[in-house]
Design a protein around this ligand. Structure first.
Ligand code: SF4
Length: 321
């Protein structure tokens, strides 16, 4: 996969398997490769159960890997020395999907935000700690008066802002955004997405942004990767992927996004995906999408399609290309 000197994170043939029962293997992440440049957002999309969250969490070392490699700034994430691990856990943060479950209801907002500050010993003294908390609150559009309240006093959107402030408080470089807007009201989703875009510009952050909502991913991402059943189906720059999807699965996902222009909306082709996502246990030989693909050929049932560059910066895993 072509890349350049600005790459901050590189994932090479990553695998994450889970044992299920006595002999079955669940291949949640199955030979996935991609890279992320410093300061960019890579969107990672797919239906629920496709392995995107497991992939994101394995990438940042929350889970051990079953195979392959992940490099952050050239160092193997799963083989960091104690010193490098400390720096890594400060630089790499996560924003969770569910702000209700990810914030401790018994802690004040200030203590939640200060957790990372305390763990990494960033504050010089009490005053500095307080300033850092206030700064994080300011950055996410909350008031300093919110610092001594508890999370149950806040709305869903505000709670997610607290989650973002907690991540920002340690001055990270890379944030895994694990479906950070999926649990929010539609009216609030754009506000939080716009806040993340603004923070990225101001602070030079890099995001791996996981979502199942393709329209929001387009809004926030420079490039988008589409996962299906633990594998990469397609990866391209945002505009290119949305204007020129190549993989039959991506085309089907795209065709389900509503278009504002009623004439275009009425005349365009809708591709219905038949059936549910199959189980990631005992996946078929060949292409994993074969059972739902209306373009399936003989070779698709025999050989796994290689994930390869079919146009400049446009990667697809499909025997049609
Ligand atoms: Fe469809 Fe074959 Fe392409 Fe898989 S490899 S998406 S089955 S055409």
């Amino acid at each position: 996969m072509s890349k350049d000197a600005n790459v901050i994170l590189e994932v090479k043939n990553l695998k994450k398997y889970f044992k299920v029962g006595n002999k079955d293997i669940l291949k949640a992440v199955d030979d996935v490769s991609f890279f992320i440049r410093e300061g960019e957002t890579l969107g990672l999309v797919g239906e629920s159960g496709c392995g995107k969250t497991t992939c994101g969490r394995t990438v940042i070392g929350m889970y051990d890997k079953s195979g392959g490699e992940v490099f952050y700034k050239g160092k193997s994430v799963h083989g960091l020395s104690r010193k490098d691990k400390k720096a890594f856990t400060k630089e790499v943060q996560i924003i969770f999907q569910d702000p209700y479950a990810s914030l401790n209801p018994r802690m004040t907002v200030a203590d939640i935000i200060a957790e990372g500050i305390d763990i990494h010993g960033l504050a010089k003294n009490k005053k500095d700690r307080e300033e850092r908390i206030y700064k994080a609150l300011d950055q996410v559009g909350l008031n300093r008066e919110h610092a001594n309240r508890f999370v149950h006093e806040f709305s869903g959107g505000q709670r997610q802002r607290i989650g973002i402030a907690r991540a920002l408080a340690v001055e990270p470089k890379f944030i895994l955004c694990d479906e950070p807007i999926s649990a929010l009201d539609v009216s609030i989703q754009a506000q939080v997405a716009n806040l993340l875009i603004k923070l990225q510009k101001e602070l030079g952050l890099t995001y791996l942004f996981i979502a199942h909502d393709l329209s929001m991913v387009k809004h926030i991402s420079d490039r988008v990767a589409v996962m299906y059943l633990g594998s990469m189906a397609e990866l391209a720059e945002s505009e290119e992927l949305y204007n020129n999807p190549k993989h039959p699965y991506t085309k089907a996902l795209m065709s389900a996004i509503p278009i504002a222009d009623p004439d275009v909306e009425e005349s365009r082709e809708r591709i219905m995906l038949s059936g549910d996502v199959p189980s990631p246990i005992n996946t078929p030989i060949g292409c994993k999408f074969q059972g739902r693909c209306d373009k399936c050929m003989e070779i698709c049932r025999k050989e796994v399609p290689e994930f390869k560059e079919v146009e400049k910066n446009h990667f697809v895993a499909c025997h049609l290309y």
